[in-house]
Design a protein around this ligand. Structure first.
Ligand code: DAT
Ligand code: MG
Length: 137
């Protein structure tokens, strides 16, 4: 078995739409464990660091404005192949392409407002967990 940890965010759109419980329920039903969790509003600095790989993309400024625009829920999720397992629960980045049954496929229509974030690799997970939960890293 390969136990991993991944950083999951319920982004401000998910909080505004009152589907925190829905998202947490899907994580728990899957058998993944929530190792740490809180609600916070990101500073511009943390948001830019979180999305640093996208710094040169045309949507970067809008993405940072969106992710800092209200409280979000940050959590460390752990379990067997947790990184891929959560990405599978989340669905494709573009919610219109995301398969129904996934979080994005069921709850979103616009690519920026796609409800959740999940780390995409062990490297990203380590980096993002250090950024959000330095006490756990
Ligand atoms: P993911 O969140 O599936 O890992 P990503 O890392 O490629 O996707 O992009 C990070 C976020 O940026 C994504 O959740 C939504 C936003 N985004 C990605 N591509 C976009 C685009 N073409 N236009 C607007 N926002 C975009
Ligand atoms: Mg990504």
């Amino acid at each position: 078995t390969v136990v991993e940890r991944t950083l999951v965010l319920i982004k401000p759109d998910g909080v505004r739409r009152s589907i925190i419980g829905e998202v947490i329920s899907r994580i728990e039903r899957k058998g993944l464990r929530i190792a740490a969790m809180d609600m916070r509003t990101l500073s511009t600095e943390v948001a830019e660091a979180h999305y640093e790989e996208h710094a040169n993309r045309p949507f970067f400024a809008s993405l940072v404005e969106f992710i800092t625009g209200g409280p979000l829920v940050a959590m460390v999720v752990e379990g067997e192949r947790a990184i891929e397992a959560f990405r599978s629960l989340a669905g494709a980045t573009d919610p219109v392409s995301a398969v129904p049954g996934t979080i994005r496929g069921d709850f979103a229509l616009e690519v920026q407002e796609n409800i959740v974030h999940g780390s995409d690799s062990t490297y990203s997970a380590d980096r993002e967990i250090k950024l959000f939960f330095p006490e756990l890293a």
